[in-house]
Design a protein around this ligand. Structure first.
Ligand code: SAM
Length: 224
């Protein structure tokens, strides 16, 4: 591909048709693909008929891998960064590498593409002109403090949550924001069992108590 640079390439969050033509071209032309999980991204590349050298870049190794990747780009390699799903850097590794590239004056591009919070926010029916993306709350230390800080937030709040913590999260949100706060829960976006449930926090809690949460979730909460 020529001159050294970093290109962040969003990949599907479920439906493989959501990869863009440009993403496919960039993956095909890159000198190597830097992936959160080389097996997951290897399957996507195989599906696209692309064979590329791959490097791994995940939360456990990102601090010690950044310098070697920067060096490669300084040697003229164009590296495509992908995560397991969606846009790298959004609740996924990416930020450290972007920052290191900027510091080293290596060009950075991010292709527009799939990410879970945008369709969830738009389909929530809550105001989406201004919003706060919180991603995952801390699992233990600091979780309550972050929740409390959201109490007076006037903008729509967007959270990511795993299926086994969804009911815990809804319970905590009821405690902190009250049972009547309007919210929405989107799951399995772009997949066969995609669903968005809207209502008060207590209605959502009742819904998912009856139907145990399965899949991946985005929670949107109306502002104060
Ligand atoms: N980089 C991704 C993005 O751009 O959205 C986010 C990666 S983060 C590790 C994974 C979380 O994103 C999941 O726990 C879930 O909250 C959300 N997510 C990813 N795919 C989803 C989908 N198809 N439906 C609903 N939520 C999804």
């Amino acid at each position: 591909m020529g001159s050294g640079r970093l290109i962040l390439v969003p990949t599907p969050i479920g439906n493989l048709e959501d990869i863009t033509l440009r993403a496919v071209r960039v993956l095909r032309e890159a000198d190597a693909v830097v992936a959160e999980d080389t097996r997951v991204s290897g399957r996507l590349l195989q599906h696209l008929g692309i064979k590329k050298p791959m490097h791994s870049f995940h939360t456990a190794n990102e601090h010690r891998t950044v310098d070697a990747l920067v060096e490669r780009m300084q040697q003229g390699h164009a590296l495509a960064l992908v995560s397991d799903a969606g846009t790298p850097g959004i609740s996924d590794p990416g930020f450290l590498l972007v920052r290191a590239c900027i510091q080293a004056e290596i060009p950075v591009e991010c292709l527009p593409g799939p990410t879970a919070f945008v369709p969830a926010l738009v389909m929530s029916g809550l105001p989406c002109e201004r919003f706060l993306f919180e991603g995952f709350l801390p699992q233990k230390k600091g979780r309550r403090t972050r929740l409390e800080a959201l109490r007076e937030e006037p903008r729509t709040i967007v959270l990511y949550e795993s299926p086994h913590r969804l009911l815990k999260l809804l319970g905590e949100l009821i405690e902190v924001l009250g049972p009547e706060r309007i919210a929405s829960v989107s799951r399995e976006l772009s997949k066969l069992h995609e669903e968005t449930v809207r209502g008060t926090l207590s209605e959502l809690q009742a819904h998912f108590t009856e139907r145990p949460p399965k899949g991946e979730f985005v929670v949107c909460i109306g502002g104060a």
